[in-house]
Design a protein around this ligand. Sequence first.
Ligand code: KG4
Ligand code: ZN
Length: 336
Amino acid sequence: MRVLGIESSCDETGLALYDTVRGLLAHAVHSQIDLHAAYGGVVPELASRDHVRRIVPLLRMVLAEADAGPGDIDAVAYTAGPGLAGALLVGAGFAEALAFSLNVPALPVHHLEGHLLSPLLSADPPRFPFVALLVSGGHTQLMRVAGVGQYELLGETLDDAAGEAFDKTAKLLGLGYPGGPQLAQLAERGKTGRFDLPRPMLHSGDLDFSFSGLKTAVLTRVRERAIGEAEKADLCADVQAAIVEVLAAKALAALKASGLDQLVVAGGVGANRALRAALDAGARAAGARVFYPELELCTDNGAMIAFAGAQRLTSGKAAKAPGRFGVRPRWNLQEA
Ligand code: KG4
Ligand code: ZN
């Protein structure tokens, strides 16, 4: 069975064709980073309009790469939430119309479920059950994943997401948009230890996070005095070290608390090299293993949506369509 996946929840248009026997046949992503860069953040209306422009050419590209035609599509999975309402509606409207015209099922998919299951697309996938650390631009959550549709929330951020902490501190330092990758790149040239930054909730005894205090701490340092270029790299290194230390400590604590030995890391921040190094070392010492999606599937893409849709379809657990059809800009994964 071949499932077309459509992702349009934020600033990437992603389409993919996944075959339940042969695996991922093709995928293509258009990033709107250049479009929003001038504004320092995502402009929802511009995002929606760009999804409209990109979605058909991307579908043609994916079908050509997979050497397939519309008649080969057996189901259409799309991100129904969470995300920007207008952006979601472009993907949902297109997916529902395409599925209707092809007389195949349309499958609403939870964006985070896509990220969560994306490591299962790699050549050496984890097995259920596992602990998942979800670190995207808007979410920081630890989950116990027992199977498709079986997600137990172990802990989450009480304020900013880790991705937001990267992005907001990067913005304070004038590093551009989205910020996380730029901050990480500059951090590689810096040394840790010059700036004493807090590790929020490191010893809170639970699996929750808080990152807004870190942003405030950086703001204070920046206001105290001018930070030179070399110092900026050191500050980036210290910011990254603070975020990574808390994420790694809590993820390893979640493994220990749940008695599991596989950790899956998903979402854009999962591309961070320092985070990967810390998790790999910590897991090795604890006799556990860490699984990541392929690097190109760390950030938003259609492949993870096609895959999650296919898993839901084959396990008979397709999420209920939100009404006749609609989207859920806010949507808890436990309710999917
Ligand atoms: O999962 P994602 O692509 O989109 C959402 O669903 O939010 O995650 C985007 C987030 C942004 O905050 C971005 O700055 C961050 O992931 N990110 C990184 C890196 N690459 C992407 N943060 C730190 N280091 C990176 N290398
Ligand atoms: Zn995402």
